[in-house]
Design a protein around this ligand. Structure first.
Ligand code: B16
Ligand code: MG
Length: 217
């Protein structure tokens, strides 16, 4: 089937906001009297804000009421947004802007498929919001990846069949979501981690949209 759309994850594919999430979560953990390291932070990639908080509290053996959880999730998000608000075009990962522009020139439709509720602000700050036809993010979905909901809604929003989409993802759970949606999955990162992807590249600077389409033929 002809490929008509590309669906991009945000954090780890378009920009590297994982480092901002890490800083903000770490500050919160320190406030609560414990610490997290980079290895633990890896497990939070692609996971929604509240699910991340639950995992963090379990890790630190801290029990909070629902009200307190909501309060701390907001505090973390405010710290995270202080960093996001300083983002510029320089924070876009290598090759991404060219890749998006070349995809559009080929007539391929483009959507975002991210767990983040801050996705549109991040795309606005980095100046690439106009390159996306549709955004599906944490504000539009009920189920986190590996559930396919975010990508199914992306295909629907672009008015294409699931089989006509390629998903670009840096998280194992995100690739699982793409495969559950019957889509091709290009992993962005390490082959050892993204063993469930159709193929893996280090970043969007590595191949052009045409190269990707040829590799899937
Ligand atoms: P927010 P993605 C995910 O983005 C991040 O990888 C994950 O660490 C974060 O908790 C999640 O977004 C929610 O983000 O707090 O901004 O709503 O990889 O799905 O683009
Ligand atoms: Mg990601």
């Amino acid at each position: 089937m002809k490929i008509r759309a590309f669906l991009f994850d945000l954090d780890g594919v378009i920009v590297d906001t994982a480092v901002f999430h890490y800083k903000a979560w770490r500050k919160l953990c320190n406030t609560l009297g414990f610490d997290i390291d980079e290895e633990f932070n890896e497990t939070l990639k692609g996971i929604s804000r509240m699910d991340s908080l639950e995992a963090i509290l379990k890790h630190g053996k801290v029990i909070l009421s629902q009200e307190e959880k909501e309060k701390y999730a907001k505090i973390k998000n405010d710290w995270y947004l202080e960093l996001v608000n300083k983002m510029t075009e320089n924070d876009i990962l290598p090759g991404v802007k060219n890749f998006l522009e070349e995809s559009r020139a080929l007539g391929i439709k483009i959507a975002l498929g991210s767990a983040s509720k801050n996705a549109s602000l991040i795309l606005e700050k980095t100046g690439i919001l106009p390159l996306f036809d549709k955004l599906v993010d944490g504000n539009h979905v009920n189920k986190s990846k590996p559930d396919p909901e975010v990508f199914l809604k992306g295909a629907q929003a672009l008015d294409v069949e699931n089989e006509e989409c390629i998903v670009f993802e840096d998280a194992f759970a995100g690739v699982q979501a793409a495969k559950a949606a019957n889509m091709f999955a290009v992993g962005i990162g390490k082959k050892e981690v993204l063993c469930n992807a159709d193929f893996v590249i280090a970043g969007l600077h590595e191949l052009s949209p045409n190269d990707i389409l040829m590799r899937l033929n």
